[in-house]
Ligand binder design. Structure first.
Ligand SMILES: [Zn+2]
Length: 378
């Protein structure tokens, strides 16, 4: 009783000097090794409420023991709440990624440094994020989507550069190990040294089996800390450093696209090539001009082609009207053929395509244009 009175006096002195008073409503007293009677007396005398161990912090238990998934539920709910609000539902894909990024940042900067979050909890959170990013929903769906691990890779490796919580959490633990090994001036570190390490070499001492789950995990992180060779500690960016070392060894994705023209297989694909220079396109134009009974013309440059097209399309004559119709249809057909070959692995001959163009134009042509022209559409 005397020691508690003394402690209260200290708090009062502190209040007198700083103006900061211990709030009786927000403070609690925790008892250990005290009879119920004595604890009752203390509660009566000082007015603080009786605290229950383990302490909850922001809804999550503060514990050195491994916690069950149910005990982590408040954290999961906090995360999901952010993506469940009505404003979140209205966001675009890019907006959803931004939101997830900011929530992730919160977990990353805060939770994962306080706790070692079990991978099952991280997986649940990530599953929510994943279906939210892709579908805008806050429910876990079973539809197969791009793996979250893939999304979390840097942009250079083809991902969206979201923080990978699992890796981040391991990085945070490795940093804790580093602090422990370097005997940083912190209370918990001194405590672990005094109780478990006791002067042993932390790098090759056995994992202290009698220690709590949390302490064991921190010591176990030594293999990771050694593998990535943390050099010097430069304050807060250390976890980030470890994290990027951990994800950094991903192969870069080369955005290598086959640039060959799929119509002729002989040159690189470009606008000029595909519509003007390409042998395949050329043979379509040739056939169409023949059908329209016009002079065969072959442009050697885009400019020349363009001038030729304008020349033929000028005016209100039915001849110009027919040309415009055929021209547009031919461009569309060439483009369509190119896409069919790339995406559907189908291909048609130039003759067939030219006939299709003629057929479509024949159907579209009004009576007037048909009678006024010498179309040879069969
Ligand atoms: Zn070509």
């Amino acid at each position: 009783m005397a020691s508690i009175t003394h402690l209260q006096q200290c708090l009062n002195h502190f209040y007198g000097a700083s103006g900061l008073r211990a709030n009786q409503e927000k403070s609690s007293i925790f008892f250990r090794g005290v009879t119920h009677l004595a604890s009752e007396e203390i509660v009566q005398k000082f007015g603080y409420s009786r605290g229950e161990l383990p302490v909850k912090y922001l809804g999550v238990l503060l514990s050195t023991k491994k916690m069950s998934i149910a005990q982590w539920q408040p954290l999961i709910e906090k995360m999901v709440a952010r993506i469940s609000s009505w404003t979140a539902k209205k966001l675009s894909y890019a907006g959803r990624i931004q939101l997830v990024q900011s929530v992730l940042f919160g977990i990353q900067a805060y939770w994962s440094q306080l706790f070692l979050i079990p991978s099952k909890v991280l997986k649940t959170i990530e599953t929510y994020f994943r279906s939210y990013v892709w579908l805008g929903e806050n429910v876990i769906t079973r539809r197969s989507l791009v793996a979250w691990d893939k999304i979390c890779t840097p942009k250079s490796a083809g991902g969206l550069n979201l923080i990978n919580l699992k890796v981040w959490n391991r990085a945070a633990t490795a940093k804790n190990y580093w602090d422990l090994a370097h005997k940083c001036d912190k209370m918990w570190i001194k405590w672990i040294h005094a109780y478990y390490i006791k002067g042993q070499q932390i790098s090759d001492m056995p994992i202290p089996q009698q220690a709590s789950w949390l302490v064991r995990k921190v010591v176990e992180a030594r293999s990771l800390a050694e593998a990535i060779q943390i050099q010097t500690r430069n304050n807060k960016s250390m976890i980030r450093q470890i994290y990027y070392k951990m994800v950094g060894q991903l192969p870069r994705v080369e955005w290598k696209v086959d640039t060959k023209c799929v119509l002729c297989q002989s040159c690189d694909e470009s606008r000029n090539h595909m519509f003007v220079e390409c042998e395949f396109a050329r043979s379509i134009w040739k056939r169409l001009l023949k059908r329209m009974q016009r002079q065969s013309f072959w442009a050697t440059s885009w400019d020349q082609h363009w001038k030729w097209a304008i020349e033929n399309a000028k005016g209100k004559s039915s001849r110009a009207a027919i040309f415009k119709m055929v021209y547009v249809e031919a461009i569309h057909t060439i483009w369509n053929e190119r896409n069919l070959r790339i995406f559907e692995k189908q291909s048609r001959e130039a003759e067939e395509l030219a006939r299709n163009v003629a057929c479509i134009c024949n159907v579209r042509a009004t009576d007037q244009t048909r009678t006024c022209s010498n179309l040879n559409f069969d």
